[in-house]
Design a protein around this ligand. Structure first.
Ligand SMILES: N[C@@H](CCC(=O)N[C@@H](CS)C(=O)NCC(=O)O)C(=O)O
Length: 219
């Protein structure tokens, strides 16, 4: 069996989510560059792998997948005995809690944090006009979400309980941009429990490696 393939640049948040999971699971992978600025993600060949024309796309032999969170679940299911064995939670309730907080990331944390990253990082780099009202609105929404997180993280070490899981891992890409590339990192770091959690999850060897890979220019 050859190594699995990930298509896309590591600086993409969704690509880096999959890379973090592969590194936690100690699964060998090949990273294949897709140049977004040249529109390679909209090419007919790439659309066969990812019909929405977005990165990442993922291949394991004849299996092709898209959607970063679904890819992470597949990797954990396919390699149960390898690397970090707690990412999906254990038992019916443990797994449900991981799923619950992965959904919270996708449905509650991702929309305002992505919007903020777009306004504060990508729009300026693409010389697009920023929208102060959108910034204010996203920031207010994100603060409310993180107030909930701060209460949860006052009760347990990680979102789904005592173990680091896909729930925590899924937050790393957007949180990393907010803390390292904007002046709004304090939205996370000033909250007592969220700040403690961020420090712990962002210094894991797997994420430090992804952060290094993300420094590579957009391929
Ligand atoms: N929900 C998707 C989101 C994928 C996504 O939005 N990818 C972005 C990069 S982070 C992309 O391909 N943007 C280019 C485009 O949409 O044209 C996932 O998690 O895989």
């Amino acid at each position: 069996m050859g190594s699995v393939k990930v298509y896309g640049p590591p600086m993409s948040t969704a690509v880096s989510r999959v890379l973090a999971c592969l590194l936690e699971k100690e699964v060998e992978f090949q990273l294949l560059p897709i140049n977004l600025s040249k529109g390679q993600h909209k090419s007919p060949d790439f659309l066969k792998l990812q019909p929405f024309g977005q990165v990442p796309a993922f291949q394991d032999d004849s299996t092709t997948l898209f959607e970063s969170r679904a890819i992470c679940r597949y990797i954990c299911d396919k390699f149960p005995a390898q690397g970090n064995k707690s990412l999906m939670g254990s038992g019916q309730v443990g797994r449900a809690l991981v799923d619950q907080w992965v959904e919270a990331e996708a449905q509650s944390f991702n929309p305002p944090s992505s919007a903020l990253i777009f306004q504060l990082v990508f729009a300026p780099s693409m010389r697009l006009k920023t929208d102060p009202a959108a910034i204010r609105e996203s920031e207010a929404k994100l603060k409310k979400v993180l107030d909930v997180y701060d209460r949860r993280l006052g009760e347990c070490r990680f979102l789904a309980g005592d173990e680091f899981s896909l729930a925590d891992l899924s937050h790393l890409p957007n949180a990393h941009y907010l803390v390292t590339a904007t002046d709004r990192g304090h939205i996370l770091t000033s909250r007592k429990n969220v700040g403690r959690w961020w420090e712990e999850i962002s210094t894991r060897p797997s994420w430090k490696k992804v952060a290094e890979m993300r420094k590579a220019p957009l391929a």
